[in-house]
Design a protein around this ligand. Structure first.
Ligand SMILES: Cc1cc2nc3c(=O)[nH]c(=O)nc-3n(C[C@H](O)[C@H](O)[C@H](O)COP(=O)(O)OP(=O)(O)OC[C@H]3O[C@@H](n4cnc5c(N)ncnc54)[C@H](O)[C@@H]3O)c2cc1C
Length: 369
């Protein structure tokens, strides 16, 4: 399927900063976007391991899995914590593509990485909640029908632990946009449609709440291991793409009468990047295997993402050096993928926060924040 969407397809969309509608349509028809939705709700019911291979392949083929990945895992919060009624109502439609759930609203201008400080509030008012606040860099809002939103339902000074009092809502964007929710697009370095959101007395039915009020932070954390592992696989896809392209170029480009790949200054960085990608891949499969067995995998999921993000970035730099001036030329796609893969050092979680998780939770080092 990916072969039907060659480099030129992604390149042109990147230049115009357009959403890959045709690709998402093909992904939907193939059922891949419902990979993790159980068969009883109309999905493919695949394991996480299998699903990582789908996302890896998109990036490995030269594409960008970003527009596709959210629909794959954002529904996980509802699957694990939603009521049977919510699951029956939404999951089959998400699996068939009739409804798009690709938006996930957590980050805020004032809170950033420190999620528990978020200021968006949802206040109960009879059969409704009234939502006020701001979010930033919330992707694919304009392409989605539904959004999972994290908001504070109990003020910070009324909870014992700062992680309490946050709740998750399923927002129907078709009703909210223009009626309490304003969406302002932000242009970013890559073709990732992302937005600033302003909530001004947005009224949503109380039935929009997913799970129990006040337990939202835990629900979001529950989904993070799957997200980390899936995105690690996207990095591996990028890493392999860079290594493939750099290797081909190093064999064919002749300078000073010999292929540039004959020079160890060019050959070794590509070989080193290949080794890093292969090593990261082992951790990705290890984490996915633990996840699929229902065993704790927080450490492995985080380590897989850090190793894979670093490996893809190393491979990106090796490819840049191998292509020389051509690496800056949009027609060779290296610069596009270079920009795309840089994201994983920063989002969905910065590598600093992964190091702090491993330092504190795996090695038992003193808590730094
Ligand atoms: C293209 C794109 C798409 C995005 N899509 C979404 C989306 O759909 N939904 C969503 O909710 N968010 C989204 N985000 C936001 C993203 O998740 C955040 O940008 C990211 O989590 C980092 O938060 P921040 O930008 O506020 O960084 P900040 O919190 O301002 O941190 C800045 C830097 O300081 C570091 N830092 C902070 N505290 C510490 C510490 N104690 N120790 C060490 N280092 C520290 C961080 O690691 C980071 O490197 C997106 C971002 C981008 C760029």
């Amino acid at each position: 399927m990916c072969a039907d969407f060659p480099d030129g397809y992604w390149r042109e969309l990147d230049a115009r900063r357009e959403y890959p509608e045709a690709f998402i349509e093909a992904m939907t028809k193939s059922g891949y976007l419902g990979a993790l939705i159980p068969e009883e709700y109309g999905g493919l019911g695949l394991t996480l391991t299998e699903t990582t291979i789908i996302l890896e392949e998109i990036n490995r083929s030269g594409g960008n899995a970003q527009p596709a990945h959210a629909q794959v895992y954002v529904m996980g919060t509802m699957l694990r914590h939603g009521s049977e009624e919510q699951k029956r109502e939404y999951l089959p439609k998400i699996a068939s593509g009739e409804l798009r759930l690709q938006a996930f609203g957590v980050t805020e201008p004032e809170a950033g990485t420190d999620t528990t400080q978020l200021r968006t509030t949802a206040v109960r008012d009879g059969d409704h909640y009234v939502i006020n606040g701001r979010k930033i860099y919330i992707s694919r809002v304009r392409q989605s029908d539904l959004m999972v939103l994290l908001a504070r339902t109990t003020p910070l000074d009324h909870v014992q632990r700062k992680s309490e009092g946050l709740s998750v809502f399923l927002i129907d964007l078709r009703e909210a946009v223009g009626d309490g929710l304003t969406v302002k697009p932000r242009r970013v370095m890559i073709n990732n449609e992302t937005n600033e959101l302003l909530f001004e007395d947005l009224r949503v039915p109380a039935s929009s709440l997913i799970g129990e009020e006040g337990r939202g932070f835990r629900y979001i954390l529950d989904g993070m291991n799957a997200e980390r592992i899936l995105i690690a696989a996207e990095c591996i896809g990028n890493g392999r793409w860079f290594v493939d392209r750099a290797t081909a170029r190093a064999k064919e480009r002749v300078v000073f009468g010999r292929p540039i790949g004959q020079n160890q200054g060019i050959q070794f960085p590509i070989a080193r990047a290949h080794i890093s990608v292969e090593a990261a891949d082992q951790m990705r499969f290890r984490a996915a295997e633990l996840f699929d067995r229902g065993e704790p995998c927080g450490a492995e999921a985080n380590m897989a993402l850090l190793l894979a993000a670093d490996a893809s970035w190393e491979a990106a730099n090796a490819a840049m050096q191998t292509f020389g001036g051509y690496s800056y030329d949009a027609e060779y796609d290296i610069e596009r993928k270079f920009r795309e893969t840089r994201l994983f050092q920063v989002a969905p979680i910065s590598t600093n926060l992964i190091l702090s998780y491993v330092g504190e939770h795996v090695l038992g080092l003193p808590r730094s924040f």
